[in-house]
Design a protein around this ligand. Sequence first.
Ligand code: AMP
Length: 476
Amino acid sequence: MSFASLGLIEPLLRNVQDLNYQTPTPVQAKAIPAVLSGKDVMAAAQTGTGKTAGFALPLLQRLVQHGPAVSSNRARVLVLVPTRELAEQVLQSFVEYGKGLDLRFLAAYGGVSINPQMMTLRKGVDVLVATPGRLLDLNRQNAVQFDQVQTLVLDEADRMLDLGFARELDAVFAALPAQRQTLLFSATFTDDIREMAAGILRAPIDISVSQPNATASRIKQWVVTVDKKNKPDLFMHLVAENHWEHALVFVKTRIGVDYLAAMLDEAGYAVDTIHGDKPQPARLRALERFKTGAVNMLVATDVAARGLDIDDLPLVINVDLPIVAQDYVHRIGRTGRAGASGVAVSLVCADEAPQLAAIEALIRQTLRREEEPGFEAEHRVPQTSATGELIKKPKKPKKPKVPHAALGAAQAPGKKPRPQGGESKRKPAAPGKGASLSSGSPFGAQKPRSKPAGKPAAGPRNPAGKPAGGRGKRQP
Ligand code: AMP
């Protein structure tokens, strides 16, 4: 099948050819004719399927072929997205796919000055890509009115609901012309999404290109079980051991992001970070540096999970599992895009077993587990099933409590003694890599069960022989 056979006009075909897109992806093959027909569309398509071109190409064509020129402070196509990064990415797609067409585009999102956005809107824009909050701000200030909107696109609708935009979305829906085309794209279809779809779509064409909620099968995924406090060192060890030179790394907190980035930096990797506290220009710069290869490790919180458009990313490392299971799908959607194969590794500690169970239920598979010699979890991660359950072992009868003072010498009930220091089993890290930092680790220390109070737990040791169980135990 060719793009031409889908009914696209010459300038769009040329642009697609310039981008070296040979054949439409499955979602494009279905969405492009449906959107061109003017009908509403509901599409279950996760990121990486080519969905952006699936709506952008036919909408550009409709903008050229239908409707009056845009008036000042108006938009003809409105694309709602959950994050600033995705807004920029979608804008970029419209610019690339619409090269040579006489159309105006704008991305509007919070966290940056509203004035330049208001200035651009004065002339009117054909396509406005916006996050819901900033769009309503602009509307309240009369910088944009909705009476010329002919198409509304909800991109990554599930993520917008996850991020708590339901109220803002309702306010936008209420303000839009009733007579319009509406396209809804979502990686997952929860009851909330279905309810929203039922409220805003009219006889939609239903497109599903992958099992809803399934992660791309070409992505190799597994988990490595580990104690929370040992995550930073296991991470550095895996990176060095496997010669992982180019990866997107997800961490739960901003402090955790900075901590791992400092470790990578100290070990000689070119690294940058993205998190919510960083100003937008710095986030975009970090993304650009990662895309161009100026840095090869990008450490991010979930704020970055959706908007990143990175081709051929071979590896995603989840140092922490996401709280919301759907974010796992979006995180690993960064790899294995447009047919490429990818790897997604997650470091999982005992506390995260419920999150792991929820993820496995969502993707309908039990993830393969591994243990890294020298980093075996002392706090066992309970077994999980693909139905989302934790398989708890029957409880053993309680032993009488050991008095506090004697705790140091006691072995945790029911546990085998663990080899002290794992370096004998571990291969050495690559030279200059796997270095350690010295201040307190945001990954913390789990409550020691069998260690003397006040003394560091005997965790794995790095090749230099320093305790490697967390920053707090290292020398400044
Ligand atoms: P998306 O799912 O829209 O974020 O697109 C994922 C990636 O696939 C982007 O980097 C696009 O540039 C790329 N892409 C989209 N459509 C095609 C196509 N038909 N052939 C090759 N690459 C594509």
